[in-house]
Design a protein around this ligand. Sequence first.
Ligand SMILES: Cc1ncc(COP(=O)(O)O)c(C=O)c1O
Length: 356
Amino acid sequence: MALQPRPGIMEIAAYVGGEASIPGVDRVLRLASNENPLGPSPRAMEAYRELADELHRYPDGGATALRESIAEVYGLDASRIVCGAGSDELISLLTRAYAGPGDEVLYSRHGFLMYPISAKGVGARPVAVAERNLCADVDALLEAVNEHTRILFLANPNNPTGSYLPASEVERLQAGLPESVLLVIDAAYAEYVEAADYEAGVRLVENCENVVMTRTFSKIHGLAALRLGWAYCSPAVADVLNRLRGPFNVSAPALAAGVAAIRDQDYVAQCRDSNRKARAAFVEGLKRLNLRAEPSEGNFVLVRFSDAAAAAEHLKKQGVLVRRMDSYGLAQHLRITIGSEADMGRVLTALSSLDQ
Ligand SMILES: Cc1ncc(COP(=O)(O)O)c(C=O)c1O
């Protein structure tokens, strides 16, 4: 019999990342992957460089210094933190640990694509649940739970819509779930959120065994290249992840840069301020062009166009890369990462010559 991968794997449409270059164009503005336009903290870059002489050594498999730094900065219990090679790895490990063939994995309709990809990868069935006004709908999510449900992924705030659920709604969601269902709160953009009714998930993790919060160093910390994320879990889930993960799943340069980045909270605040200002100015500029951005708590906005494909092409011709949203079921929208104010001015200038 011919070689066959396990059921589900051939159903995966491989994840396609944002474009990074345009042939023949030097000054490309990359606004397709929600990266931090300011880059990482200078202290993180320094820590990374210092590791160059130690590349023959294995990393600390327990990520002790990083877990302790995160715990100190946020007032958490370091033993409940598990680090991963990006939050993507943690999403995939959680799916492998808690779901398999015949199981269902829930996520909201326009949720992050890695959820259905991870579910299919273990032979489970991804179930997309309808949203209300491009925001996760707690009632609809709870109605979709059945005896096959094992995991519910909630990106809060969500990529690509930018919408978020207030803490009270996330608590209502957890309260309505059977204890046998794992609620994964993916808070990749938590550091950008300033809404007073938002909570990243720490409180629920500390009170409920079936809740995990995932975080990343790829967004506000500007370390996407190093692949670094962390999960805050109950002791039972942390134990499961530590059994399943590779013994050295996070590289030493990532660990060192991560410690410096998390300890440089002044830099994080600077990035948050810069994002807020550039996002507000961009949204105002879009209004003047009669374009509408969905309200966003992240470092990106979802913008509706009468012809999104033509708008993306128009921007590309002017050296600006943004993200098409067809794979998210949002073919009329583009997701545009917030760069510096100057970057966003360049996007507005490019859009002002768009025929709509
Ligand atoms: C909602 C969400 N979760 C997780 C990730 C993955 O981040 P990483 O694997 O770089 O930590 C992303 C990246 O775009 C994201 O938007």
